[in-house]
Ligand binder design. Structure first.
Ligand code: 13P
Length: 268
């Protein structure tokens, strides 16, 4: 019997960051397609987020499969003099999901909560499902500011959203200190119960905006050094809908093993 906590189909997202080249991305997409063929779309929503230059090619590799394509980022304006940036309009017809507010964008590109909120609006207007990343830094954790930080990050995004728009959003709780420095380099991990507590807070902030039954439709994921060995306790917690995977998602066999673990947790 399917556990009630997984009435939302689990979601497993590969964020390939700036790791894979063009040929490697296409090869990885084909391999993941083959390795997850029996589970994709039916038992889990699987989303691949390659770098911008290979989106079209990876899209080609996924045609006829149930895997979905996502981008890692978009600009908060629809168009304009922003050299090197990519707008929602330019991504139309290519993707279904887009990561916004990743801590690496906030840290290395100075993205603010307000910019993230505008990116979410752009994504929704273009018909995409934004994957909104939130999470505290090491210092904020040490200063016991985690709850206030995560609450604020979510509040700024949700305050402008309607019930319909918010139900199309996904949130990923990614404690910044738990994110790995690269494939095969796991960082420290939070206690799964503690992480789940933060994920319930995310849903609670959404519920304060759109009501608790509508907020049940919002999917909330965990991210940070997830591997096939470590993922199970996170997705076994009530209210956790899946994972956002960085380094480990660049290895097709490992990523497929993560998908199997998530689906197994969903069925147990
Ligand atoms: P890692 O899985 O490499 O820690 O990355 C997590 C992440 O940032 C996904 O967006």
């Amino acid at each position: 019997m399917v556990r009630s906590v997984f009435h939302r189909r689990p979601v497993v997202i590969a964020n390939w960051k700036m790791y894979l080249g063009a040929a490697e991305s296409v090869r990885a997409a084909h391999a993941i397609r083959r390795l997850t063929a029996r589970l994709a779309g039916r038992d889990a929503e699987i989303v691949l987020c390659p770098c911008f230059p290979v989106l079209a090619e990876v899209r080609g590799a996924l045609v006829g499969s149930r895997l979905q394509l996502g981008a890692q980022e978009l600009h908060h304006e629809p168009s304009g003099p922003y050299t090197g940036d990519v707008s929602a309009n330019q991504l139309r017809g290519l993707i279904r999901y887009v990561v916004v507010g990743h801590s690496e964008r906030r840290r290395f590109h100075g993205e603010t909560d307000e910019m993230v909120a505008r990116k979410v609006q752009q994504a929704l207007r273009a018909g995409f499902s934004p994957i909104i990343c939130v999470g505290e830094t090491t210092e904020e954790r040490e200063e016991e500011k985690t709850i206030a930080k995560v609450r604020r990050q979510v509040e700024i995004v949700v305050r402008e959203l309607s019930r319909l728009s918010l139900s199309r959003c996904l949130f990923a709780y990614e404690p910044v200190w738990a994110i790995s420095a690269g494939p095969g380099m796991e960082g420290p991990q939070p206690d799964p119960a503690e992480a789940a507590h933060l994920m319930r807070l995310v849903r609670k902030v959404a519920a304060d905006r759109i009501g608790s039954s509508a907020a049940e439709r919002v999917r909330v994921l965990y991210g940070g050094s997830v591997t096939a060995k470590t993922v199970r306790p996170f997705v076994s917690e009530p209210g956790v809908d899946g994972v956002l995977v960085g380094g480990a998602s660049t290895k097709p066999a490992e990523f497929a093993a993560i998908v199997r673990e998530v689906v197994a947790a969903c069925r147990s």
